[in-house]
Design a protein around this ligand. Sequence first.
Ligand code: NAP
Length: 479
Amino acid sequence: MESIIQASYFIVAAIFIIGLKQMSSPVTARRGILWAGAAMVLATLVTFLAPEIIDSETTGTNIILISIAIAIGGGYAWRSGQRVAMTDMPQMIAMYNGMGGGAAAAIAAVELLKATREASHVSEITSSSSTISEVLGADVAILGILGAIIGTISFSGSIIAWAKLDGRLSRSKLLPAQHWVNALVALATVGCAIAIYFSSDLTTIVIFFSLALILGIFITIPVGGADMPVIISLFNALTGLAVGFEGYVLGNAAMIIAGIVVGSAGSLLTHLMAVAMNRSVSNVFFAGVGTNSSSSTETAQGEMKEIQAQDAGILMAFASQVIIIPGYGMAVAQAQHKIWELTQLLNDKSVSVKFAIHPVAGRMPGHMNVLLAEAGVPYDMIYDMEDVNADFKNTTVALVIGANDVVNPSAKTDTSSPLYGMPILDAIDSDNVIVVKRGRGAGFSGVENPLFFSDNTKMLFGDGQKAANDLIQAVKELS
Ligand code: NAP
């Protein structure tokens, strides 16, 4: 039986890696998700064969408990996965990420409690005190405790990230002396971790988990501005690491490999996101330390100038080049299909059209690429920020649809802005900028956008899908 289990874990790990590889291209990503899902089903089913499940006095109860857990978790995930709106995906990802960290922490808690019980049993027999490290062995104890810290921080931090993305918690709140409080809680958590290793005290374990939970909350609450993508992807990496460590504790090869794969992919993504935001990961993780997280002091000058769809359509139809900048609002409006229809009409009029994608546009990595791919926009029309930015100077119209923070020039000019330092799409360099949005509201960071008040900018107010439709009609009327 043991060899069947280990062979299954090997197959599971191999399929995870194949699935991840396929996720690296939008063409094969859907297949990659199915492969990874199938591997997860196999890994779960193999659990029923584990000797500690089937060769135990409580076999019946074990199987019933596992089945109930699978029914609740699987049923909830199936239902929420079917119902979730594309715009709510990031919250769902943050929540599932937290669940992964929480599951790793729960494994650690169970193993530590079991070791505590065993240590006190040994103490009773030998009449000399025994420690968790003696019971588990140094390597298992260290990795188990490390996984517990990381998993718990990732759990509570991800829940806060979920609440922020879901609008249940205000974006960025800094408690008085936040970084000192964070440092103290971090030190106390590490202190408890060391104490657990050298003892078998139940109270210390409870305090340790409570402190790690608080640390995750305290780290995430101040993260604001536009730094959320970095912290979410960091928690993703940490969850992977915690799962890998706990896989070692359980001797589960599939968990070790899957955890390492998620940990390394997540670390790479975190690095890329941090580079895209021109931030260091530690700066985001210890938000508020040495940074000014207050709102921008520079207020935008001037008036917003409105344009009607008909005039905007004429401007675009007679342009030599149009660059379309999609943002979160395009996802909310589900305007991608209409935007692609508009693009084709402009192409028919010999207008060159490009799509410019900022790495953190939308609410999850690759959000805009997924939407545009879904609408059928060819990949060779889609440009990354660094490849397209110089081209804005040669562009007749930059059409900003539902984007805000990613085109905010205060990221370059206002040192007091929470966005300061983040590279942006230089839409402002175009001859004309047309901004589609519903009202005068700020973007995710809450920072006012001077682009909207610039001389070359006109606002086309309205829902993204309706505005795109009106633009289509305007261009069609010219034929
Ligand atoms: P944004 O700054 O959030 O701005 C979106 C704009 O869309 C808003 O100003 C809103 O203005 C408009 N909008 C909303 N619904 C609309 C609709 N139905 N029709 C038309 N417009 C609509 O978006 P962004 O420029 O894409 O920037 C992304 C932000 O999210 C960054 O700050 C980024 O750091 C953050 N973030 C990104 C990720 C990620 O992984 N990509 C994850 C978490 C956070 P109105 O309300 O006036 O319409």
